[in-house]
Design a protein around this ligand. Structure first.
Ligand code: SF4
Length: 318
């Protein structure tokens, strides 16, 4: 559970939410019984919702194939949805004491600096080198879990990307980068990934204190509730939005904001709208928005429409 939560979310945020997750889903069987919507709902605000869907799918496989017990075998761990080499290595070494390596950004940096390796640690060759080094280290370790955790912790707190605290480092006497004075240049920064820009025309209808939402079936927010929207490469007219969305009416935009994901910058344009009566929407009371599985971007859309999240937004009557 903690490894799934920690993939791309900061430790402090996970630490706040972890007890609640364990209370609601104390075992894989309990998670399967609760269903994927309950996991998505608990995940709200943590981003990268694919992890929540994978975690539930992994719980299903653990129950179906492994009798409800998390497997200790590396191959069986790797066959769980959402579990890659890093997570499998973390569980195998920290939970089951196996001599399995783990490499994250922190470990890659420490290993690169120890060897004063000047090439990128992010490309295929660099990653392969890091995994090989980590494998050698953990094979020689008495306590593989503690060794892996120590490497990650050293990278997070001492051997930091900028201004590493070499004077406080227990490995300073064996560090190639420190000896060469190159610790600020190793490893070289990875070239920036291309960020795609898209526009979401989000359509908000609020009636009798309830807002119209629909469950996404694909994309980043798949499985989550959100106001209906139309994705386009650039902004289009209200008439075009209406034609593409199937809404009965689409009014002029009342709020705009940018939402950044890992590979996309989404420019949200929020319109008051109305939908045909036969459209299958979920009418969620506004006061209950905090307790349903709504995408955080979708929540911002509703708040912007109500004038809570965007200073210049007009206020919709709730
Ligand atoms: S001596 Fe400095 S550069 Fe080398 S591992 Fe320690 S903190 Fe990192």
């Amino acid at each position: 559970m903690s490894e799934a939560l920690l993939q791309q979310t900061q430790v402090a945020r996970v630490a706040e939410r972890f007890p609640e997750f364990m209370r609601r889903f104390p075992t894989p069987r309990a998670m399967v019984k609760a269903g994927p919507s309950a996991v998505l709902e608990a995940w709200r605000g943590l981003g990268y919702y694919r992890r929540a869907r994978s975690l539930h799918a992994a719980a299903e496989r653990i129950v179906a194939v492994h009798g409800g017990q998390v497997p200790c075998d590396m191959q069986a761990l790797l066959e769980l949805p959402g579990v890659g080499r890093y997570t499998a290595g973390a569980v195998a070494s920290i939970v089951f004491g196996q001599h399995q390596p783990i490499v994250d950004g922190n470990v890659a940096r420490v290993l690169s600096r120890l060897a004063d390796r000047r090439a990128s640690a992010a490309d295929r060759e660099g990653q392969s080198w890091c995994w090989e080094q980590a494998t050698q280290l953990v094979k020689a370790a008495k306590d593989p879990g503690a060794t892996n955790e120590a490497l990650m912790e050293l990278g997070a707190t001492v051997c930091t990307p900028m201004q590493p605290r070499c004077g406080a480092c227990p490995l300073r006497d064996m560090c190639g980068a420190r000896a060469a004075g190159s610790q600020d240049e190793v490893p070289p920064p990875k070239p920036g990934a291309a960020v795609k820009r898209v526009v979401h025309h989000a359509l908000v209808q609020i009636r009798d204190g309830r807002v119209a939402l629909e469950r996404r079936t694909e994309g980043l927010w798949s499985g989550l509730l959100a106001p209906p929207s139309v994705e386009t490469p650039r902004a289009i007219s209200c008439r075009q939005v209406q034609a593409l969305s199937g809404a009965s009416t689409v009014a002029r935009a009342i709020a705009r904001f940018d939402f950044q994901t890992t590979h996309r910058r989404v420019h949200f344009i929020v319109h008051p709208a109305s939908f045909p009566e036969d459209r299958p929407l979920q009418w969620v009371p506004l006061r209950r928005l905090g307790s349903v599985a709504i995408a955080s971007a979708g929540l911002r859309v509703v708040e912007a429409a109500r004038g809570q999240g965007a200073p210049r937004a007009a206020r919709l009557r709730a």
